[in-house]
Ligand binder design. Structure first.
Ligand SMILES: [Mg+2]
Length: 288
C-alpha cells in the first residue's frame, strides 16, 4: 500500500473534513485564547514494542488532552505526525488511529492534519489545539501564599502498573476548576508529584509543604505516589477559603498541602525537605 492509500484510510477512519489540503484552515471563536501543546511519543521511551498500536494511539492523544485539561481548556483539533517502523504499516496504522480517533470522538476533537513517513523506530509527534475564554487559562504561576494544594484521583497508579496504564484526561475537571473553583494554579501530573509540584512552585515563585496523607493508588508505594510519573491527574491550588467538593464526577479531590513562602521551588514533606525526583528524560534511560 502506498502513502496516498494509507492517508485515504486515515481520512475514512477519522471522518475528518479538515484533511486533504496543504494546510488545515481553523477558525477559533472570537473572545477565545488558543491553547497549543506538542508532545513527542517515542518507541523505547514513551511506549515499548509490547504496547499495542491502539493503546499507543490512545495514549498519544491522551497526553496532549491532559495538557489542555491542565489549562482549563476545551480541546478542538489535533495534528499527528508519524514515523513508522512496523513491517505491516497498514495494520499498525489502522489500530493506532482506531485508538486515537475513539478518544478524539469522545472529546469532540477533530483530526486536522499530520504527516506520515517510515523510520527505523516508531515515533509520533502530536499537537493538540484547544480553546479557553480570553485571559482565563489556568497556569502554573498563579499560586499564592496560603493557597491549598490539591490533587485529583489516586497517585502512583501508572508506576504500580509498570506504566501500562492508559491515562484518562481530566478535561471536565479542568473546566470545573477554571469556571467554578477559580483555581489559582494548575498543571497535569506527568512526571511525578515531587517534580511537578516543584515546577509549579518555581513558576509561582513560592514553596510548598505537603502535610496531609496522599491518596495512594492500591498496589502503589509511597515512593510511587511521590515520585512516579504518568498519572495525568491534575495538581491545583485554590484560595484557602475555597469550598472544594470531596469528589467531582466521581473523581476524588484531596488536599495534600499548602503553598508557603520560602525559596522558590522548595518542598517539604511532613516537615522534612523533599527533593524533586520524578521522571526526567535527561537523567533516566528507563523506557516508559
Ligand atoms: Mg503537562
Amino acid at each position: 500500500m502506498d502513502e496516498l492509500a494509507l492517508v485515504a484510510r486515515i481520512r475514512k477512519r477519522s471522518r475528518s473534513r479538515l484533511l486533504g489540503d496543504d494546510c488545515a484552515v481553523l477558525s477559533p471563536k472570537p473572545g477565545e485564547d488558543l491553547l497549543v501543546t506538542t508532545d513527542l511519543f517515542l518507541e523505547g521511551t514513551h511506549f515499548t514494542k509490547d504496547t499495542s498500536a491502539s493503546e499507543a494511539g490512545r495514549k498519544c492523544l491522551a497526553r496532549g488532552l491532559s495538557d489542555i485539561a491542565a489549562m482549563g481548556g476545551i480541546p478542538r483539533w489535533c495534528f499527528v505526525s508519524l514515523a513508522l517502523a512496523s513491517k505491516s504499516p497498514t495494520r499498525w496504522l489502522d489500530d493506532f488511529y482506531k485508538g486515537l480517533t475513539t478518544l478524539a470522538k469522545h472529546h469532540k476533537v477533530a483530526l486536522a492534519g499530520g504527516d506520515l513517513t517510515r523510520a527505523k523506530t516508531t515515533a509520533a509527534d502530536i499537537i493538540v489545539l484547544g480553546a479557553v475564554p480570553k485571559g482565563k487559562a489556568l497556569t502554573r504561576s498563579g499560586a499564592r501564599r496560603g493557597d491549598a494544594i490539591y490533587v485529583s484521583g489516586l497517585l502512583g497508579r501508572a508506576a504500580a502498573s509498570d506504566y501500562k496504564d492508559i491515562p484518562e484526561p481530566r478535561l471536565a475537571l479542568g473546566r470545573f476548576l477554571r469556571e467554578k473553583l477559580h483555581a489559582t494554579a494548575c498543571m497535569d501530573l506527568s512526571d511525578g508529584l515531587s517534580l511537578d509540584l516543584h515546577r509549579l512552585c518555581l513558576e509561582s515563585k513560592l514553596a510548598a509543604s505537603i502535610h496531609r496523607l496522599l491518596p495512594i493508588s492500591p498496589g502503589a508505594s509511597l515512593l510511587d505516589a511521590v515520585h512516579g510519573g504518568e498519572d495525568y491527574e491534575l495538581l491545583f491550588t485554590v484560595a484557602p477559603d475555597t469550598k472544594v467538593p470531596a469528589t467531582h464526577q466521581g473523581l476524588h479531590l484531596t488536599q495534600i498541602g499548602t503553598i508557603t513562602t520560602g525559596r522558590p521551588g522548595d518542598l517539604t514533606f511532613f516537615g522534612r525537605p523533599l527533593k524533586p525526583a520524578g521522571w526526567d528524560p535527561f537523567r533516566s534511560t528507563r523506557a516508559r
